[in-house]
Design a protein around this ligand. Structure first.
Ligand SMILES: [Zn+2]
Length: 322
């Protein structure tokens, strides 16, 4: 009997040229969920535009620029991207400017030459084992566990599965398999039951929580009211109100700084709805998520706007056919 379905997400980081129509297709089909981003992007025949808060055009990507800009956004720092975003604005880049932009990029994202004995030689892969708990007690905070009870012999046959443990063990197996093929692999969290901050959530809550909240307040990333509320929250509440997203950013930061050719995010979901369920399932699903899941609020942050621009302009594709 099957109970859980492994969900492995692949995000290949291969920026490739595409037409504006293809960018629009990508945006409509995958990125603009229920029209949430319609006020942020405008497509015309020969360009797409990122709009500012007043819905005015702020940055343009023209047909002949898609390839170079996709490569640039993939192979440059946020500071360089912010500079280009501001300087370029709605201007069209000349051939000379495009050429010089192409020349300034590093070659980190290019796939290494295939090696016949080790087909993944030197390919960088980042794996994110979803969640962090590896035991039932800790997983109660995340709510990522199932208890399967055999009705006939209740005590004997109860099986407890903790998603954070399954994803971590899967990541270990996958890492070894990929390394055998020559890949260079990192994990977003390196030990069982640990968060991406290299400590358990319990320890983070005990020893680091106040420091983090204080510093965010100081940097004005948390306003006074929210700060006061979060400071009072017990462990479970703070997890849902703050830590979950905060830790996810740390995972993304780690993975991005590795410039992976491919990212793999592992979860075990019940089905495509993943809503509360009470019985085991015979279904066998695979889910695929497309990178770039930004909401309107996210785009208030300049850095997210840059990531988002890149997401529309690139094509995710399989890394290679082996
Ligand atoms: Zn999950």
């Amino acid at each position: 009997m099957r109970y859980l379905i492994p969900i492995v997400l692949f995000i290949a980081q291969t920026g490739m040229a595409q037409t504006i129509a293809e960018c629009k297709h990508r945006f409509d089909k995958y990125l603009n969920l229920k029209g949430a981003l319609s006020d942020r992007v405008q497509f015309e025949n020969n360009a797409f535009y990122i709009l500012n808060d007043k819905k005015e055009k702020e940055f343009a990507v023209y047909t002949n620029e898609t390839k170079v800009l996709a490569d640039f956004f993939e192979n440059s720092s946020l500071t360089e991207q912010a500079k280009l975003y501001k300087l370029k604005g709605l201007n069209k880049l000349s051939k000379k400017q495009l050429d010089s932009l192409a020349m300034t990029m590093n070659d980190d994202s290019k796939l290494p030459k295939p090696n016949s004995s080790k087909p993944l030689q030197n390919i960088r892969i980042a794996i994110d084992p979803g969640h962090f708990s590896s035991n039932y007690e800790d997983s109660k905070v995340e709510g990522k566990y199932v208890k399967l009870v055999n009705e006939k012999s209740r005590k004997k046959d109860t099986i407890t599965l903790v998603e954070g443990q399954l994803t971590f063990l899967t990541a270990q197996v996958l890492k070894n398999m990929l390394e055998e093929q020559g890949a260079k692999v990192i994990l977003s969290r390196n030990k069982e039951n640990m968060t991406a901050f290299n400590q358990t959530y319990n320890d983070w809550y005990k020893y680091r929580r106040n420091k983090v909240l204080d510093s965010l307040k100081q940097k004005k990333e948390l306003d006074d009211d929210k700060y006061k509320i979060l400071k009072q929250f017990p462990k479970e509440k703070l997890f849902w109100a703050f830590f979950r997203d905060y830790e996810l950013l740390e995972r993304a930061k780690k993975m991005n700084s590795y410039y992976p050719h491919l990212s793999v995010i592992i979860h075990y979901n019940v089905d495509d709805k993943n809503s509360p369920w009470t019985t085991a399932s015979q279904r066998n699903n695979s889910m695929c998520f497309i990178s770039g899941a930004f909401g309107t609020k996210d785009l208030a942050k300049p850095a997210n706007k840059l990531h988002f621009t890149f997401t529309i302009g690139k094509t995710s594709s399989a890394i290679r056919n082996y």
